[in-house]
Design a protein around this ligand. Structure first.
Ligand code: HSE
Length: 301
């Protein structure tokens, strides 16, 4: 029996649309046990309809595709999915399923795929490297695609900050959040984003917290997506008042993330209290960067 752990991720990190991402200390667990035939899927009923049933299940489909790519027949399977990562909230739940599926299949086959194969396969399946890459290797990552090749850098730790992850109780499908974005932007806005995405990564590497508010700003996606999130501007203003050093939408949203360098518990308490006055229910978690990304172990049945 193989048990796989995959961290949540936050893509974009402000201006780094489709290229910056980080792994967070919140996890999905997937347990797979090969059988002669058939598929037994095991996940809490409360995850329906957001988790696909039967052979449509994303972890299962990914495993099947991985076996096909390696050229081996897929065995029957018991598959248990424990979704610690909230689904369709901008925290990389789909990427986590894809990463879990590839790692589980590779482990059952005796690891024919190496790290680079896995990164490129996961990116091809998900469509973007900014969620799958940090889920696989952890840390804060920057990635660029050249044809099918992924060029990347990983910063292992950003120990001087924590992340207040604010998760609302309503989902926002990525397709909807991408559908609202303009096809083209001006050179001025392109420069605005290139400078801020670079500033975010460089400031996280060098510990320059004073740059993070400016580095979080963006003209590619957040101004369009925030209309799906009631109280977006109120939450940003409150986070600033409570001393946050920067703030961005997590992935395609609706989760919002504030960067903190102190007073984590106070921020959590105050923001929890503030958002409790809203019509939607919000949860506030203080998380840190998951340094190493997904891992697996063999466990007794
Ligand atoms: N970079 C992607 C987006 C992440 O913002 O649409 C989606 O998970």
């Amino acid at each position: 029996m193989i048990k796989v752990f995959v961290p949540a991720t936050s893509a974009n990190m402000g201006a780094g649309f489709d290229c910056l991402g980080m792994a967070l200390s919140l996890y999905n667990t997937v347990i797979v046990d090969p059988r002669e035939e058939g598929l037994i899927l095991d996940f809490p009923e409360s995850d329906l309809p957001l988790v696909e049933e039967g052979e449509n299940n994303l972890v299962y489909r990914t495993m099947k595709e991985t076996y096909k790519i390696v050229g081996r027949p897929m065995p029957g399977l018991y598959l248990r999915q424990i979704n610690g990562i909230p689904i369709t909230r901008g925290l990389g739940s789909s990427a986590a399923c894809i990463v879990a599926g590839i790692i589980a299949a590779n482990a059952l086959m005796g690891q024919p795929l190496k790290k680079r194969d896995i990164i490129e396969l996961a990116t091809r399946m998900d469509g973007h490297p900014d969620n799958v890459l940090p889920a696989l290797i952890g840390g804060v990552t920057v990635a660029a695609m050249e044809n099918e090749r992924v060029y990347y850098v990983k910063q292992m730790s950003v120990d001087f900050v924590r992340f207040a992850v604010m998760i609302p109780d309503f989902p926002l499908p990525t397709s909807m959040a991408r559908g609202i974005l303009p096809e083209e932007i001006s050179r001025k806005d392109a420069v605005y984003n290139i400078s801020r995405a670079s500033l975010m990564m460089a400031s996280l590497i060098t510990g320059k917290v004073e740059n993070l508010w400016a580095a979080s700003d963006d003209r590619l996606h957040q101004p369009y997506r925030k209309k799906f999130i009631p109280h977006f501007d109120d939450i940003v203003a409150k986070a600033k008042e409570l001393g946050a050093k920067g703030m961005f939408l997590s992935g395609a949203g609706p989760t919002m993330i504030a960067i903190l360098d102190k007073d984590y518990q106070r921020f959590q308490y105050e923001m929890d209290y503030y958002t409790s006055t809203f019509e939607d229910k919000w949860e506030v978690h203080i998380l840190e960067v998951c340094r190493d990304g997904a891992w697996w172990e063999e466990v007794e049945a």
